[in-house]
Design a protein around this ligand. Structure first.
Ligand code: G3I
Length: 381
């Protein structure tokens, strides 16, 4: 794989910093959305403050750089229907307006997930667990209401998120959805979503699909969905990566195996964790925690150039893989606009300084940003 030299990338960064206003006037020169327009959508996860007018500079950068938008948290069940039948669409509507104003494809994240779903969803009238019928009704009502409201405005939905188990031998994670409804909760969710908006793209979304064992379970599950005629269009491979894991060969193999099933592949939550870890790195389960230790927060005062260079090379190599599969990879979304916003500052240990994205805390593009842009221009030659 070609890796850009750190020297060159640092020079490019310096040019950007020196001529920020000039660069802004020449959008095409440094815009990811333009550079990758012939290949795939380039998306970003944003939070409320970035689209409701509180962070105008961040909104401007997001609109200039990205052609797709995923609300990081505001379309999760607990945000949309915190109490039975009481929906709150204020923030979701703001994303839909923002995406339309800036011609960004809006992604709905997410309909059915074991996390960020209020406890009442899984409870019956009498404090006992809900019955299968009741939970299916709640699932259908939620999907009809939410997907129906944004029919024609939301391009694609992460219909089911993280249903697969991390270890074996069970294929599916032990979640209230599986316990109460049974393994067919996935089929049902996709059918309800199709009913609510027949034209929206429908995705299964998960992390760790580069692990050969989890990938095998995922492929088997997808085969079953396809055989049963479940309306699925694509798979989101979240891609919460580290500097050297997973190996590029596994990233590529995952794309190949999913596209061999005739499904689209989306890289839905890309970031690269640069911090050391003692636990199960690569398992992006939000409930995973590690013991705090200053040794695990080595870059609190800034990222050394050497690591900055490694990060740039890692991003360059990943995008080179994505560019090899333009017919299958339809979108690559970064999980956050800038380092200061990333969930990885708080996972799996709170309050660390991580540097996983393309734009830094002061909203300047990093060498990794230019490395990715360079991939797009090399591809065109
Ligand atoms: O909104 C409250 C705020 O009122 C409160 O003061 C604050 C105190 O901690 O918490 C705020 O909520 C936090 C929320 O993010 C918004 O910032 C939650 O505690 C926190 O758990 C939540 O984390 C999100 C996490 O999903 C859980 O929903 C992360 O931002 C988000 O990046 C992360 O995204 C997930 C994807 O949805 C699925 N794949 C894995 C990915 C990373 O975990």
């Amino acid at each position: 794989m070609r890796s850009p030299s750190l020297g060159l990338l640092l020079v490019l960064t310096a040019i950007w910093v020196a001529g920020l206003s000039h660069a802004a006037k020449n959008e095409d020169k440094a815009s990811l959305r333009t550079a990758f327009a012939d290949h795939f959508l380039v998306g970003v996860a944003l939070n409320t403050a970035q689209i409701d007018g509180r962070s105008p500079k961040e909104a401007e950068i997001a609109a200039m750089q990205f052609s797709s938008l995923t609300p990081e948290n505001d379309l999760k069940w607990q945000s949309l229907q915190p109490w039975p039948g009481r929906y709150d669409f204020k923030r979701a509507d703001a994303y839909a307006d923002f995406a339309e104003k800036h011609r960004m494809k809006l992604i709905g994240h997410t309909l059915v997930w074991h996390s960020q779903t209020p406890a009442w969803v899984f409870q019956g009238e009498d404090g006992k667990p809900a019955t299968r019928e009741l939970l299916l009704k709640r699932m259908r009502d939620h999907i009809q209401m939410v997907v129906g409201r944004y029919k024609g405005r939301i391009h694609g939905w992460d219909v089911v998120n993280e249903a697969l188990a991390d270890g074996g031998p069970e294929t599916l994670r032990d979640s209230p959805w599986k316990r109460i409804i049974g393994d067919d909760f996935i089929d049902q969710a996709f059918r309800f979503a199709k009913e609510a908006d027949p034209k929206a793209e429908l995705y299964y979304n998960d992390y760790g699909l580069e692990d050969p064992r989890k990938r095998a379970r995922c492929i088997a599950m997808l085969r079953g969905l396809i055989e049963r005629g479940v309306p699925i269009d694509g798979v989101g491979t979240q891609s919460h990566f580290q500097l050297s894991q997973p190996p590029l060969a596994e990233v590529e193999e995952t794309i190949k195996q999913i596209s061999a099933l005739g499904l689209k592949v989306m890289v839905t939550e890309l970031d690269v964790d640069v911090l050391p870890s003692r636990g199960a790195a690569g398992i992006a389960d939000i409930n995973r925690r590690e013991q705090a230790d200053p040794a695990l927060n080595p870059y609190a005062d800034g990222l050394p150039e050497e690591i900055q260079g490694k990060l740039a090379s890692r991003y360059a190599e990943l995008f080179q893989v994505y560019l090899k599969y333009p017919k299958s990879v339809t979108r690559v979304t970064l999980w956050g606009l800038h380092d200061g916003q990333s969930w990885l500052n708080h996972f799996p240990i709170r309050g660390r300084s991580n540097y996983p994205l393309l734009i830094d805390r002061s909203l300047k593009p990093k060498p990794a940003f230019f490395a990715v842009l360079k991939d797009a221009s090399s591809e065109k030659r």
